[in-house]
Design a protein around this ligand. Sequence first.
Ligand SMILES: [Fe+2]
Ligand SMILES: [Fe+2]
Length: 240
Amino acid sequence: MIEETGKTGKKDDRGEGACRPDSNVQGACRPGSRGAEVCRLAGCGEEWQRLQTELTGRLKLRRLNHSLAVADQAVAMGHLFGGDLVKLALAGLLHDSAKELDNEQLLALAEARGLITDPAERANPSILHGPVGAWLAFQQWGIEDPIILEAIRLHTTGGPAMGLEACIIFMADLIEPGRSYNGVEILRRLCRQDLRAAMIEAIEQTLVYLERKKLPLHQGTLRCLEWLKEERGIVWKAKN
Ligand SMILES: [Fe+2]
Ligand SMILES: [Fe+2]
């Protein structure tokens, strides 16, 4: 829910082969190359390509490049914090697949499919692109994995007890190299060290943003913050 002001698509002429899978250097690869590579190595390169092709026809280039950059960022964070790299790549690729729908379309689809869970979604329908995107991924693109679907569903609002991959996608969405807003560098620094601290900071930034815009707070976000301040179950610190 933080304002999206950034642009993605930083070019790199070294090509896909130059991306080190263990690298957390941001913007070092062509967007999507790191995500494509982990999928290829896991034997699901064709699925990545199929989904990327689907999105190419549906998303504006700027949005597609953002999605590819989130996939790469999520894979880099997966190397630091753990998590399934292929699921992170695919969730990053698909997370904004419903973002081109307008508010009326999002609301109509969410109402018809029973996806509304909080009054804030009616007041600010754009946040429905998470649950609607998860529904699209399941219905249209055959994604059945609950970890991927959760990561897509919760990437905007967060939620209590979200899984590690969902936490990583939540943060990768906010710090991919094309993002540019006040506070992003703090989040990038925290994301190299302590995932929970990064999420707490991100949600607290979101609370300030919502207050400034006079937008209602989603209760899932509030419960996510409470959970983060109590949770001890996930190993949140970066591995060295
Ligand atoms: Fe999004
Ligand atoms: Fe996004």
